[in-house]
Design a protein around this ligand. Structure first.
Ligand SMILES: Cc1ncc(COP(=O)(O)O)c(C=O)c1O
Length: 387
């Protein structure tokens, strides 16, 4: 056996802290018991405190895509219309779900690494005032992009006050401040396997009072993703179907860890890790994919056309047990993505940069050896040498 530590630098799933593993390793309880209901209640309360606002949170035993589908199938009727931003693989998913649910979907397309201009969004909204919802990612993980959601949501709400605003914050939650209480966001979606430091299998929807009004008024179209039923059952501190119990045990623990760290520090930790990743990658003569609106939880760099990004990823795994992400669809082979969300600091990113230097040198890429480490340390010095 090769004695080597596995490093997961993917934008989900992410590393799980030992305390969270220990919490999840408790013997599984029966879910229809007071003991589990207390845990469920505590996790819902802590999660609601994390997201803020007056929204009511529903936990689903599904991955994040399930929560996206649940939002659409419960709030939009067949034949109705929504508008969505497609700036990558996850934005595109809104359209795919709508197609499966016979919902008309008006796409606002943006090239990889770009968020659409606010003027374009305004034009599409003004031309489609009959749309029932506007859907966007907070961070588009496939291109490491942070959409300016505060500006976008305020603009959409001003132009179309009746339009529900649905935000997929799956890869953004706990990486930056999402001022939900101050934004006109109606449904905020999260998932367990990102900065919440948990395995996949639990998703969350935080739903505003006005979105509930819409949801409660339309006929049910899904047995499993029946949000009014879940709402009723959640009031009794449980869920309609068997919940993702051990992940919820872990969530209770991971949220306590974040509270103890202090969210301001959590966000700062992610911001510094992202700055280190950007400084390190650009010092290696690589161009960032999302230069103008970089995400705090993942950073993407474009490789020279002579280097196959998939081969770089393979070598990182084979030589250093370092798993980074690549591009999807037309970006496959062209970009690398380094995830730095969750149980991570800037020092972990330095490990990835160091290994990347060695691998890129092997492919003949030109840069001064050690430049990413110097760039990373300069960032840390600017932040007082603390991660
Ligand atoms: C922004 C974003 N949205 C949606 C998803 C889909 O979530 P899941 O893979 O949990 O279904 C992901 C997963 O990587 C994501 O990063």
């Amino acid at each position: 056996m090769k004695m080597i530590k596995q490093h997961l630098f993917t934008p989900g799933p992410t590393h799980i802290p030992p305390q969270v593993f220990a919490a999840m390793a408790q013997p599984t309880l029966h879910h229809r018991t007071e003991a589990f209901e207390r845990i469920f209640d505590s996790a819902i309360k802590s999660y609601s405190a994390l997201v803020g606002g007056e929204h009511e949170t529903i936990f689903l035993a599904s991955s994040g895509s399930g929560a996206m589908e649940a939002a659409l199938v419960n709030a939009i009727k067949p034949g109705e219309k929504i508008i969505y931003i497609n700036a990558g693989k996850f934005g595109e998913r809104w359209g795919d779900i709508c197609q499966a649910l016979s919902i008309e979907a008006i796409q606002i397309f943006a090239e990889a690494g770009q968020s659409p201009e606010l003027s374009i969004i305004a034009e599409v909204v003004k031309n489609n005032l009959d749309a029932r919802a506007f859907c966007v990612q907070y961070t588009e993980s496939s291109t490491a992009l942070l959409h300016p959601v505060p500006e976008i949501s305020r603009l959409v709400h001003e132009l179309a006050p009746e339009m529900l605003i649905m935000v997929d914050a799956i890869s953004a939650l706990a990486t930056l401040d999402i001022p939900l209480a101050k934004l006109p966001i109606d449904i905020l979606i999260g998932a367990s396997q990102k900065a919440l430091m948990l395995p996949p299998g639990l998703s969350m929807l935080s739903i505003s009072a006005r979105a509930w009004k819409v949801i409660e008024s339309i006929p049910r179209r899904s047995l499993y993703f029946d949000l009014p039923l879940e709402r009723k059952v959640h009031k009794k501190s449980t869920s309609a179907w068997t919940p993702a119990m051990n992940i919820i045990l872990g969530l209770d623990c991971s949220l306590k860890m974040l509270q103890e760290e202090g969210l301001t520090q959590t966000f700062k930790r992610h911001a510094i890790a992202a700055e280190v990743a950007r400084a390190g990658l650009t010092s290696l003569n690589l161009k960032l994919l999302s230069e103008h609106y970089p995400a705090p939880g993942v950073t993407a760099a474009i490789l020279p056309s002579s280097i196959d990004a998939e081969k770089v990823r393979d070598k990182l795994v084979a030589h250093f047990a370092i798993q980074i992400a690549g591009g999807q669809d037309e970006l496959k082979g062209k970009i690398i993505r380094i995830g730095h969300m969750g149980y991570m600091t800037a020092f972990d990113v330095i490990t990835a940069l160091s290994a990347l230097e060695i691998v890129l040198k092997g492919f003949g890429h030109q840069f001064v050896t050690g430049s990413s480490l110097i760039a990373a340390q300069q960032v840390l010095e600017r932040h007082g040498g603390i991660v």
